[in-house]
Ligand binder design. Structure first.
Ligand code: HEC
Length: 152
């Protein structure tokens, strides 16, 4: 399944959609995320986002920090399909005060970009911000994964 997902996202012209698989994976296995369509997801972070591994004590992320969440769905008959790729990137100060300068991007399984904060389809990803901001200021918009699936 992983190779199928990788191939699907790699069709995107956004580099991170193919590159995230070289980042560090923070989930020990795929788990169901109700807040991302009830799909199976895994969480990844680039080097600039390495504080993610401190989880609740991660603090404020630096510019250039990138987090990714891949996804796939399993239907009632056991059929498996690739789901969207969810990306967060910390941009320069002042990029978007409403999201604490995080840029949210949703990439469809065919590689097309459904929306990206302050770019094409920005309205389509506005809903990401409200939910992710629910943990500020304790956490910098990261909602973290359930404890039992965390890489330590
Ligand atoms: C209703 C709430 C909600 C919405 C809406 C939502 N998320 Fe999340 N997101 C979460 C939760 C909860 C987690 C961590 C637990 C999990 O994996 O389910 C998370 C985790 C993530 C992560 C991993 C980094 C982290 O925060 O720990 C990324 C990347 C992400 N979401 C991107 C997105 C994008 C992009 C959108 C919009 C297209 C979005 N999310 C919409 C609740 C939400």
């Amino acid at each position: 399944m992983f190779e199928t997902m990788k191939a699907a996202y790699a069709k995107s012209d956004k580099g991170d959609a193919a590159g995230f698989t070289n980042w560090r994976r923070y989930s020990t296995q795929a788990y169901v995320s109700d807040t991302h369509g009830g799909r199976y997801v895994q969480n990844w972070g680039n080097t600039a986002a390495k504080a993610y591994g401190n989880y609740e004590s991660a603090g404020t992320f630096p510019q250039g920090a990138k987090l990714a969440k891949d996804s796939f769905a399993v239907n009632a008959k056991g059929g498996v399909s690739v789901g969207p790729l969810f990306l967060m990137e910390k941009m320069q100060a002042g990029f978007n005060p409403d999201s604490d300068d995080w840029r949210y991007t949703l990439i469809m399984p065919n590689g097309s970009i459904f929306g990206t904060t302050n770019g094409a389809g920005s309205d389509n990803v506005a809903f990401c911000i409200g939910c992710h901001q629910s943990v500020t200021p304790d956490q910098d918009n990261v909602l973290l994964l359930p404890e039992e699936y965390r890489v330590r």
